[in-house]
Write a protein that binds this ligand. Structure first.
Ligand code: PEP
Ligand code: MN
Length: 469
């Protein structure tokens, strides 16, 4: 028996179906069945080898030996599956990671919210537009944003697979063709920073990074080609369980990886058959959202059987005991770094809540990755009703989290951001001085407001400066 009292063998990729589910989707049964049959036949998008490589890296993050950068759109659209938006996101994540390496003196693990971030939980299943009640937009995997496309279309599940696969194919191709080659100079474009002192400070960081790279090249420190490319893993919220189940495969553990390493002899994993495990092959990393993390719910049931590293969003309503029960359920073997706790309280609540959660986890024997999502607790509407976030609140939650961890001898392992490589105007503040009137200029998100390229990079500079001291 496991800590949650369930028989270990009761788990299967479909056992979630017998549990109560939040954010339920009602499909046309025949069309759903056609889609799921197709999905079950298609090859994995990612492999156990890659998944376990990420898991090993996240173990390093949990032990304080590496830093985690995760970022991308709130709602990825099928339409973003195109070279320019993908290129700009890869470049931005890479540039941010260089700044964070400089700041933390640690390797940085990069995970994109990309190649599958197509499903959105909503606070209400319907909304009123022009006096008419219509279904809410639930992400391209279920329905479309245009008002006439709001009916759930099961064929979209298959489209999600192909858009994920095409996106990741292009990411892989670009990485192996030199998009992340550090021998090529970057355009850091710091001209937008109005404050000359700040601009000088950022410029110094950029020069220091460039000098280090040049030095490594000069002394021939690139024998294994580390300067030529980087790893970039993919992630999304595991919300639409019909899709996730169809891409969950019983596969052999990679040769250089043994899931039994940390398994105490007395506890059984949901997967008894050693040598094999259930891998979600739709992405390297999946997380459970703050709205679907009920202990006895379908999402937790589904996630507890996976070999993948997983995330759990931790919002202000999470109780410490509930958090430990959740960890015991999804990680009975207490694998170090298997679970990333993505805290998202809000700048005004982090001081009150984070310390208690850290203490509870420390007392439980679980070793997690602590990641701060400074976006989701800091969303507000302008007087004219535009959803935005302020750069100041975002950095305030992040710096509070850093300080609280440090004060408790814990370590903030990473950040989770909603960002885009494009010049959108969705969050206010930052060195460009974007204000509420400026939001209308290029507000293109279909869900939450994202940091634009400059704001995201600036946040990396600030975090790096904070960490380096
Ligand atoms: C999200 O990450 O887009 C999201 C919906 O977050 P949360 O579950 O934390 O509200
Ligand atoms: Mn979001």
């Amino acid at each position: 028996m496991e800590a949650n009292g369930k028989s270990a063998s009761a788990w299967s990729p479909s056992s979630w179906r017998s549990k109560p589910i939040k954010q339920e989707v009602i499909y046309d049964p025949a069309a759903l069945s056609t889609s799921l049959t197709k999905l079950a036949h298609l090859p994995p998008i990612v492999t156990p080898h890659e998944i376990c490589k990420l898991k090993a890296s996240l173990r390093d993050v949990a032990l304080g030996k590496a830093f985690l950068l995760q970022g991308g759109d709130c709602a990825e659209l099928f339409d973003y599956c195109s070279s320019d938006p993908i290129d700009s996101k890869i470049k931005l994540l890479l540039q941010m990671s260089l700044v964070l390496i400089w700041g933390s003196n640690k390797p940085v693990v990069r995970i994109a919210r990309m190649a599958g971030q197509y499903a959105k939980p909503r606070s209400s299943p319907t909304e009123v537009v022009d006096g008419k009640t219509i279904p809410s937009f639930r992400g391209d995997i279920l329905n479309g944003f245009p008002l006439e496309e709001r009916t759930v279309g099961p064929e979209r599940l298959v489209q999600a697979y192909f858009h994920s696969a095409s996106t990741l194919n292009y990411v892989r191709a670009q990485l192996s063709s030199g998009i992340a080659d550090l021998h090529n100079p970057f355009d850091w474009g710091l001209g937008y920073v109005r404050d000359p002192e700040l601009q000088q400070k950022y410029q110094r960081i950029v020069s220091s990074i460039a000098d280090s790279i040049k030095f490594m090249q000069t002394i021939g420190a690139d024998t294994a080609g580390q300067l030529q490319t980087v790893d970039l893993f993919t992630s999304h919220e595991g919300l639409v369980l019909e899709y996730e189940e169809a891409l969950t495969r019983k596969l052999r553990h990679p040769a250089n990886y043994s899931s039994s390493v940390e398994k105490p002899a007395t506890t059984a994993s949901p997967v008894e058959d050693s040598g094999y495990g259930y891998y979600n092959t739709s992405a390297h990393f999946l997380w459970i959202g703050d709205r679907t993390r009920q202990i006895d719910g379908a999402h937790v049931e589904y996630f507890r059987g996976l070999e993948n590293p997983i995330g759990i969003k931790v919002g202000p309503t999470m109780d410490s005991q509930e958090l430990i029960r959740l960890l015991d359920i999804v990680n009975p073997r207490k694998e170090v770094g298997k679970v990333t706790l993505i805290t998202r309280y809000g700048a005004d609540k982090v001081e009150k809540l984070l310390g208690g959660h850290i203490d509870a986890v420390n007392g439980s024997g679980h070793v997690v990755v602590w990641q701060c999502d400074p976006m989701h607790g800091n969303t507000h509407a302008t007087p004219t009703g535009v959803k935005t976030r302020s750069f100041t609140s975002i950095f305030r939650e992040l710096s509070s989290a850093l300080k609280i961890h440090t004060d408790r001898g814990s370590s903030l392992g990473g950040v989770h951001l909603e960002l885009t490589g494009d010049a959108v105007t969705e969050c206010v503040g930052g060195s460009q001085g974007l204000d509420e009137e400026g939001l209308a200029e290029n507000y293109t998100t279909f869900c939450d407001p994202r940091l634009n390229e400059k704001q995201a990079l600036e946040l990396a500079f600030l975090v790096a400066g904070w960490v380096r001291g």
